[in-house]
Design a protein around this ligand. Structure first.
Ligand SMILES: Cc1cc2nc3c(=O)[nH]c(=O)nc-3n(C[C@H](O)[C@H](O)[C@H](O)COP(=O)(O)OP(=O)(O)OC[C@H]3O[C@@H](n4cnc5c(N)ncnc54)[C@H](O)[C@@H]3O)c2cc1C
Length: 270
């Protein structure tokens, strides 16, 4: 973390504002407090500028600007970093939340998702084709931070970690170059992206291998009796599906949570 706010060259900031398709927001401008906020409110940082990238061109322009100005660059996808890596003091935040396009290729059973997608975006797009890949257990987590950090989720026992299903990524590196990496091209970068954490570049899109997957059910209640009834339901569900391929798990959370569907609301006939 830097301690002193470097004086930004106003003319260069205005050049960047014009160059990018998305918004550039500075302290004192409308929306600044909302733009600098991250999921973990412990990190109350004040960046010198927040760029809401609209496309890979905006990412390249912002990376080049931060490097040339000697500014810290914080990359933000789903904003779920507990350590607050999606923000910084005095530097530039590159917010990818506007880049959430997804293209599913049902024939190849792959899906290419832009770097700001959440797992809710990805699951929604792939589910329509009966496909899925391992994502996080909370759907608002960003695909970017989760995948570059490895990525554990409900489908991990069947499909591996999120990063295991990555087949290629488009990346803007620190020198502003746009490269594609995979098992065949830029293999070192591809290796690093699969669990090495961030800082190897800004991923503008991730392509994932998908598995056939139809329905996910999540019966969740809070009392012991209801949990026992749910577990009994899951056992009958597993037995009914055997020998078909399936992935299951039961988590029991006791507490005054929001009630979910109870056993009485689940299908009685399996
Ligand atoms: C409520 C909650 C639930 C979680 N559940 C799970 C879980 O089930 N499984 C699991 O494995 N982890 C889980 N995590 C941890 C989560 O995967 C990490 O915190 C991850 O970094 C969040 O990614 P993000 O994109 O949302 O975060 P952000 O704060 O947006 O980004 C964090 C960092 O990730 C990197 N990054 C993000 N996007 C990109 C990109 N497009 N290109 C390059 N780098 C990028 C950058 O270094 C960035 O600074 C959870 C976290 C929370 C808060």
């Amino acid at each position: 973390m830097s301690t002193l706010a470097p004086a930004l060259d106003g003319a260069l900031v205005e050049q960047l504002r014009v160059a990018v398709h998305g918004d550039l927001i500075q302290p004192g401008e409308p929306g600044y407090d909302e733009a600098r906020r991250v999921y973990n409110a412990m990190h109350d940082r004040r960046p010198a500028a927040v760029v809401r990238a609209a496309d890979a061109g905006d990412v390249i322009a912002t990376v080049n600007f931060a490097r040339e100005q000697g500014l810290l660059l914080a990359v933000r996808g789903g904003s779920h970093s507990v350590s607050g890596y999606g923000t910084c003091d005095d530097g530039v935040v590159l917010d990818l939340a506007g880049m959430r396009g997804i293209r599913v290729d049902p024939a190849a059973r792959t899906a290419r998702a832009e770097g700001g997608c959440t797992w809710a975006d990805f699951n929604h797009a792939t589910h329509a084709f009966g496909l899925a890949a391992t994502g996080g257990v909370v759907s608002s987590t960003g695909l970017g931070g989760l995948t570059t950090g490895g990525g554990m989720g409900h489908l991990a026992r069947r499909c591996g970690l999120a990063c295991d299903n990555l087949v290629s990524a488009d990346v803007v590196t620190a020198d502003g170059a746009f490269v594609t990496c995979s098992e065949e091209h830029n293999t070192d970068l591809f290796w690093a992206l699969r669990g090495g954490g961030g800082n190897f570049g800004v991923v503008t899109s991730f392509a994932f291998r998908d598995a056939d997957f139809s329905t996910a059910l999540s019966p969740t209640r809070t009392t012991r009796a209801e949990c026992e009834a749910n577990i009994d339901w899951v056992r009958r569900f597993e037995a009914a599906l055997r020998p078909h391929s399936m992935e299951g798990g039961v988590r029991q959370l006791h507490g005054p949570g929001r009630p979910g569907p109870g056993p009485d609301q689940l299908p009685a006939e399996l």
